[in-house]
Design a protein around this ligand. Structure first.
Ligand code: FNR
Length: 389
């Protein structure tokens, strides 16, 4: 009896097909994206789908994957695959995670998408990186992830006491690592949203962690439900801190949890992060939402991995399928983040649709490893991966 493999999902689908049952949710990204566009409120869709400038970097992130190819190996005994991975002391069933998405709370139809995502995390074993920007406070979200560990993403506020409070709350709520996002201390130039004056946070959305925090509430003359505009004005004043290397010692002093820096694309920044005792690197250009005109994040990955040495490297930006995940792993990533596709799955059908999407991504990855002869992730990481053209 062989142990269950992610790729078995395809036979669940084909056997259902014998009874005339087809998957309730699309298994591919393109169909899912269309479905999400038809159900999301326009302003949520604009915020999720949009990026910086003419969105060139955003598109390049996606098309970069087509420029890499993995050379298969045969007679390699890949009948059974092991996709498990150790990350910051967590044993994960697979090498993917849910990237932090600040409006995920608005993506499910009940506007409690953070909770839906956590439920999907519990059911799939895929960990969630919970954003600072949520519809429900982190303490409410965390238990829904069950036994699947989660990480907390910090947008470091300029108010250091508030930053300390967020980190302490995250630690108490059971999150297992702090992911500090470096590329978003202010918002990038996003024409789709600028043309419609669309910035959900200023309408009071996704600020639950702030509105439930005693340090933030002390800054207000009246509670947010009595004067929302004043509360959001206060929020915009403090939310983004343009951190410097010297601030890392202070961040480090806040917690004994592993600290991960998100938004690193240059090997020199990796080396400096290592010198500052950082526990993990997160290579990402924020899906092209922050700065346009940059290279695809995937092109930065090999030199980031090389500079990181033994440090784990998380990666996201442009990942749309299991074969994209495989390419990022073959280029050296330790674990790969699913961004927009996860927002679209939640929009299409909440936790059920997200579980189905994660199963699809993991099935495609697993079958690629099976067919191309990579029984384990170390084998895939040692694969010949070539840039086409
Ligand atoms: C993001 N991202 C993000 N990152 C982060 O560190 N904190 C956050 O709150 C958010 N919020 C957010 C909202 C939306 C709508 C999107 C699409 C993205 C960036 C995210 O973690 C990841 O880097 C990108 O989503 C990767 O790009 P793709 O693969 O989604 O195109």
């Amino acid at each position: 009896m062989t142990k269950p493999q992610y790729g078995d999902y395809q036979f669940d689908i084909y056997f259902d097909g014998l009874d005339g049952v087809v998957p309730r949710w699309p298994v591919d990204f393109a169909t899912l994206e269309q479905k999400a566009a038809s159900v999301l409120p326009w302003w949520v869709h604009s915020y999720v789908a949009g990026g910086c400038g003419d969105e060139g970097t955003q598109r390049a992130n996606v098309s970069a994957f087509a420029r890499y190819g993995i050379t298969p190996r045969m007679l390699n005994g890949a009948y059974e695959r092991d996709l498990s991975v150790d990350l910051f002391g967590m044993r994960l069933a697979g090498p993917v995670f849910l990237a932090p998405i600040g409006v995920i709370g608005l993506c499910s139809q009940d506007f409690h998408g953070d909770i839906e995502a956590a439920k999907a995390s519990a059911r799939s074993g895929v960990p969630m990186v919970a954003s600072t920007l949520t519809q429900d406070p982190m303490e409410t979200v965390a238990p829904h992830a069950g036994d699947t560990p989660g990480m907390f993403q910090l947008y470091t506020p300029t108010d250091r006491d508030l930053a300390a409070s967020f980190v302490e709350r995250a630690e108490r709520a059971g999150y297992r690592a702090i992911v500090v996002t470096l590329d978003t201390w202010t918002t990038g130039w996003r024409p789709r949203d600028l043309n419609t004056g669309n910035f959900p946070q200023l309408r009071g959305h996704v600020l639950a962690n702030y509105f439930s925090d005693p340090v933030f509430l002390k800054r207000l003359a009246k509670p947010p439900h009595e004067d929302l505009r004043a509360a959001t004005r206060e929020w915009i004043k403090i939310w983004g801190n343009s951190l410097q290397w010297a601030d890392l010692a202070w961040l480090r002093s806040l917690t004994s949890l592993p600290l991960v820096l998100k938004g690193i694309c240059h090997p020199e920044d990796v080396r400096r992060a290592k010198d500052h005792g950082i526990d993990g690197i997160y290579c990402s250009n924020h899906g092209g939402r922050q700065a346009n005109g940059g290279l695809p994040a995937l092109d930065a990955l090999p030199s980031v991995v090389e500079a990181a040495g033994d440090l784990p490297v998380l990666f996201d930006s442009g990942v749309r399928s299991g074969s994209d995940v495989a390419k990022a792993l073959a280029l050296g990533a330790t674990a790969v983040g699913i961004g927009r596709p996860y927002a679209y799955a939640l929009a299409a059908g909440g936790a059920d649709a997200l579980v189905s999407q994660l199963r699809s991504i993991l099935a495609e990855l697993d079958l690629l490893m099976a067919i191309d002869g990579f029984p384990t992730l170390p084998a895939l990481r040692a694969a010949d991966v070539h840039r086409v053209g």
